[in-house]
Write a protein that binds this ligand. Structure first.
Ligand code: ZN
Length: 213
């Protein structure tokens, strides 16, 4: 049987379908829409995709997206570098930045612990987070654990709390005006601002023992 769909159309549909939230129907519609666009527009899209791969990388410090070694947030001396917000992915960082309510720095984990899906501590930037917090030079005062309120997000928080049992900083969790299981990425700015302001302490800072002289 001959296929009614030219193979180049089929291969684009197949590629688009690999993206999150894109099913067969949407991929077909997008492909047809692209065919109908002027040549220059399609060329611009193609150039943007190529550039994305060659210019965007992960910040050496926080693992957010950047075009430099360090991202603009990590480089900004006007930010509160003693306040560290841990998020699952760069979209959560972008959502929190949009509120304008947060002036600290970030750590992007690149996901959450999920034994069912085979995601363990080594698949995330957890080791990097722990050494960042343990590094005395960083002087973190507070760690905001802003993973999503899902079972995986909570498991990840428990892991971090356990690992940092001996650390002296305060740990807080976002207060959610969101229903359980909701995604930070889709929260409106007002809800997210309230969540940040109403964050609760999950562990108080420990007073450092006076050093023996
Ligand atoms: Zn950074």
């Amino acid at each position: 049987m001959t296929s009614a769909i030219p193979s180049n159309v089929e291969s684009l549909v197949a590629e688009l379908q690999k993206l999150p939230g894109i099913g067969r129907k949407s991929a077909e519609r997008m492909t047809l829409a692209l065919l109908a666009r002027p040549k220059e527009e399609v060329a611009a899209l193609s150039a943007a995709l190529t550039k994305l791969q060659s210019t965007i990388r992960y910040c050496r410090e926080c693992f957010g997206l950047t075009e430099a070694v360090l991202c603009a947030i990590c480089r900004d001396p006007g930010r509160d570098h003693a306040l560290l917000c841990v998020v699952e992915d760069p979209l959560d960082l972008i959502a929190i930045e949009k509120t304008g309510a947060y002036r600290g720095v970030y750590h992007v984990l690149g996901g959450v612990l999920s034994p069912i899906d085979g995601v363990g501590p080594h698949d995330l930037k957890l080791k990097e987070l722990l050494s960042r917090v343990r590094n005395q030079k960083n002087h973190f005062r507070e760690l905001i654990l802003a993973t999503n309120p899902t079972p995986e997000g909570e498991t990840t928080v428990t892991f971090i709390r356990e690992e940092l049992k001996g650390a002296t900083l305060t740990m807080t969790r976002l207060a959610y005006g969101l229903p359980a299981g909701a995604d930070i990425e889709y929260a409106d700015e007002r809800t997210l601002t309230q969540s940040l302001e109403g964050r609760r302490v999950v562990r108080e800072a420990k007073t450092k023992l006076p050093s023996r002289s």
